[in-house]
Design a binder for this molecule. Sequence first.
Ligand code: KE4
Length: 425
Amino acid sequence: MDTKSQELFRRAGLHIPGGVNSPVRAFRAVGRCPRFIVSAHGDRITDADGNEMIDYVCSWGPGILGHAHERVIKRVQKACEYGLSFGAPTEGEIRLAELIAELVPSMEVSRLVSSGTEAVMSAVRVARGFTKRDKIIKFKGCYHGHSDGLLVKAGSGALTTSVPDSVGVPQDYTQNTLVASYNDKASVEALFLANQEEIAAVIVEPVAANMGVVLPKDGFLEFLREITKKYGALLIFDEVITGFRLGLGGAQGYYQVTPDLTTLGKIVGGGMPIGAYGGKGEIMEMVSPLGPIYQAGTLSGNPIATAAGIETLQILKEDPDIYSRLAQKAGQIAGAVKEVAGEKVCVNQAGSLLGIFFTPSLVMDYESAAASDTTRYADYFGYLLDRDIYVAPSQFEAMFLSDAHTQEDIAYTCRTIGEFLSSII
Ligand code: KE4
């Protein structure tokens, strides 16, 4: 007898590519039928067959408060009573821009869009327009959304499908995208030496979370800050994941390195479709209608989405201790892994971002991440899923904690991960 998710997956495949609206959701990297979710509350999600699972995907990051937080839901419901979309400016957009500028001071001026992809695509365009240069540097294994010029050695879904560059992206769209190795200063220096004043920007995930979680080596972000200044290039921090995740000030606050432009997504929308990009006024004044760099969007700054984002950020602002609580929870899980697996498994943690790699090596870049045992990861995923623990269906994603994860659920997760590791070590 097929499960309801299996039936739904079959039906989905009739009208949606691969049955999903984003590739990683198809569970191809873990060889399982995806679970079709019907509801989520707190740290739990419930699938179409009534399985209630402890959720460590958290909608890929937005769910830092836990699902369906009462205050966020109430604010969204209230906003809906006034209409869903006007295509005109609203006070909510001002409030969200003010909150962003207050919490991420380098983003004194920002523009709201509807996804992280749009935020990154626009930030790169601004960097090119501001510097009048065409080339950008990105890092192998980092993922910045699916705009053509950035699908070069992308991380996240593109890694799992083992097709690092996407078909359909003309070669001349990516000739201006140079690729360095994460945590490898020499690879960045070599590109600057070879391209000098042709480089508009370096874009980096300040904590990489799309090749699994990979932390910046001490001094790496500071190095990127210095070398971009030296060559007159802009530094773009893609904080779609780390923004409001590593702290109220994101990774730039956590590591005290200030970029020229920042992109946001996920948490800034509280689970609703919002992306944002921003930086100093002198850069952002290049953006239309003030300046010659065009970017637009029908639903940019949508009043329902901004309501969710504002309430989420206000809750985080009111309770900054959430970040130490989140880090402590992630530390419990990291500790449980190390207790059983020791050095046989690599665990990378930055605040409430956790990456578990089935490799004895230290994972510090794309190559070491790609060398991890993804078959073992699929076994790990299946073991946990069968015990109602829902982690990322791919080695090349992150484990997300929320304020709603209870000590009881964390303890159960630690025990279950420990059981799995004991069975393979
Ligand atoms: P979106 O267009 O998916 O909102 O954001 C693109 C993006 C940009 N930058 C970073 C650092 C990101 O992680 C993302 C998207 N993250 C993935 C998860 N690794 C989204 C999940 C998915 O693709 O389904």
